[in-house]
Write a protein that binds this ligand. Structure first.
Ligand SMILES: Cc1ncc(C[n+]2csc(CCOP(=O)(O)OP(=O)(O)O)c2C)c(N)n1
Length: 557
């Protein structure tokens, strides 16, 4: 039997059918019917303090749980405030459904109060978007939106819902199945291509696996480990790929690219076969593109055909879901183990270890090492963007997938804290740390209210260097130390924390670091740790933009 209900209620019932565990959002005039329907529902709703926070929280929820994140905003400024969060999710292929209120259908295009063409604005940054003009289309649209967001190469989908459609009534019927014309992702790789790739693997003397975020998105960490062990190949990861392979495994090379390890970058530059899995040859990874992995044949496994040969020519492309393709590989792949390559890798590891100055100063890398030790490398870590992000990638040993949440593609400052909130909501049993900078944290610091009011207990480590550190580093190295507008005069973060009802701790000595982290972990509240670190520490090694991967600067690179 079907019952008549209004569009707002239909949306809420549809979200329930999708088993949505949390919604992050902010109300407004053109979303009033929707918020009224939420009032009557038992869906878990988190009121953020800025819509950008809602989008990042939905994204963090999705990265930590693997389920699509959901955010809601009103029309006009509410919708435009979501844009950075939607673009962040789009660049990193994160499943998300964003719902926006819109002015009444007959007012659209009229410059009505709080009207913004959010469909036009988000077209290039969503996997798909919908303006629902007829309430009869609503349930099917929600079904399609979740399907598109979470299948194939995942991504954000936006549903724009005019307020008169929210009020219009029809019978509610949630479709069982979904079929979207022209949208049929390929899951299984082409058997002929898989055979060619397997032959290349067996003939290779110096293979390197280059694993990206796609391994995590496809849930293929187990298959990746079996594959690497079976062919005895070292594995290097992109920023978003960290955790797809255990950081403490002897075959792990850590991260590659601009701030990758020396040994990962040397291995890539000298390998004879590069097996790219769920990665897209981003320019932060490749350095000078025509001299990237110059001796290697390239196999590229990716679910998105448009990612193949986009920037690097590929010898054997395999379009398909990473997990599915690796399962096929595992059935037939073999490679004789040879000692020479393993020994060469070991030599690079010894010759080019990650390092920083060990003295009694409070250095940011030390703080991250201590967070890693205190949490046994088992926390969920959300970062912002800058030096602290790269130090986190280098010094926190990620062991499992979905434990590093970071804006890779867009590089969005302000992402970390709300993403951490979303992660803690989705994974309440996990310890969640946010590692941020004194610049980034101020971009969404208002979400302290969301965390405290909802008792979402998160530990925030601010690596406070009184600079927009990453930009300062580039100014130091490439702009003659002209620190143009990168010096920060900061507020008292401890007092800010306390004003919001959180706990604030200031740490300025090395010996205070571990006790502060442990105190924060024992505290059942959101804690802000303000680490006053060396102001002009640099992230090394570094491949300057446009240089070859093995053309690194910085100590022992
Ligand atoms: C929204 C946004 N604006 C500007 C930038 C450019 N940017 C990249 S890193 C950075 C400095 C970050 O400073 P901070 O958060 O203090 O971290 P640190 O580098 O000092 O660790 C800036 C301004 C950005 N990535 N995102």
């Amino acid at each position: 039997m079907t019952t008549k209900m209004n569009g707002a209620r239909i949306l809420v019932e549809s979200l329930k059918k999708e088993n949505v565990g949390a919604i992050f959002g902010y109300p407004g005039g053109q979303a009033l019917p929707l918020f009224d329907a939420l009032y009557h529902s038992d869906l878990k709703f988190y009121l953020v303090r800025h819509e950008q926070g809602a989008a990042h929280a939905a994204d963090g929820y999705a990265r930590a749980t693997g389920k699509p994140g959901v955010c809601i905003a009103t029309s006009g400024p509410g919708a435009t405030n979501l844009v950075t969060g939607i673009a962040t999710a789009y660049m990193d292929s994160i499943p998300m459904v964003a719902i926006t209120g819109q002015v009444k259908t007959f007012m659209i295009g009229n410059d009505a109060f709080q009207e913004a063409d959010i469909i036009g604005i988000t077209r290039p940054i969503t996997k798909h978007n919908y303006l629902v003009k007829d309430v009869k289309d609503l349930a099917r649209t929600v079904k399609e939106a979740f399907h598109i967001a979470s299948t194939g190469r995942p991504g954000p989908v936006l549903i724009d819902l005019p307020s008169d459609v929210q009020l219009a009534e029809t019978e509610f019927h949630y479709p069982e199945k979904v079929s979207v014309r022209g949208y049929k992702p390929t899951y299984c790789g082409h058997p002929g291509q898989i055979k060619r790739a397997v032959k290349m693997v067996s003939e290779s003397k110096r293979p390197v696996i280059y694993a990206g975020g796609g391994v995590i998105l496809s849930g293929a960490a187990k298959e990746l480990k079996e594959f690497a062990e079976k062919i005895n190949s070292p594995v290097t990861m992109t920023l978003l790929g960290l955790g797809s392979f255990p950081g403490n495994h002897e075959l792990s090379l850590g991260m590659l690219g601009m701030h990758g390890t020396g040994y990962a970058n040397h291995a890539v530059q000298n390998c004879d076969l590069l097996i790219a899995i769920g990665a897209r040859f981003d320019d932060r990874v490749t350095g000078k593109i025509d001299e990237f992995a110059p001796h290697a044949k390239v196999i590229h496994i990716d679910i998105d055909p448009s990612a193949i040969s986009k920037s690097v020519a590929v010898d054997v492309p395999i379009v398909g879901d990473v997990k599915c393709v690796l399962e096929e590989f595992l059935k037939i792949v073999h490679r004789p183990h040879d000692k020479e390559w393993t020994e060469k890798i070991l030599e690079w590891k010894q010759k080019h270890p990650l390092n920083y100055k060990m003295d009694d100063r409070l250095r940011p890398q030390y703080v991250i090492q201590q967070i890693c030790e205190a949490t046994k490398g088992e926390a969920i870590i959300a970062t912002d963007v800058g030096q602290h992000q790269m130090w986190t990638a280098q010094w926190y040993n990620f062991m499992r997938p979905r434990e590093l949440l970071s804006s890779g593609g867009l590089g969005t400052m302000g992402y970390g804290f709300p993403a951490g909130i979303g992660a803690k909501v989705g994974k309440p049993g996990s310890e969640v740390f946010v590692i941020s900078g004194d610049g980034s944290i101020q971009m969404n610091i208002q979400e302290l209210a969301t965390a405290v009011v909802n008792k979402i207990d998160i530990k925030i480590a601010i690596l406070n260097n009184s600079y927009l550190g990453m930009v300062r580093q580039w100014q130091e190295l490439f702009y003659g130390k002209r620190y143009s507008h990168t010096k920060l005069e900061n507020p008292d973060f401890v007092k800010i924390a306390e004003a919001y009802g959180a706990v604030g701790i200031r740490i300025s000595k090395k010996e205070e670091v571990r006790p502060a982290i442990e105190k924060a972990m024992r505290t059942k509240n959101t804690v802000v740790m303000d680490f006053i670190v060396e102001p002009e520490e640099n992230v090394y090694p570094m491949v300057p933009a446009g240089k070859r991967l093995d053309d690194m600067i910085g100590s022992m690179a």
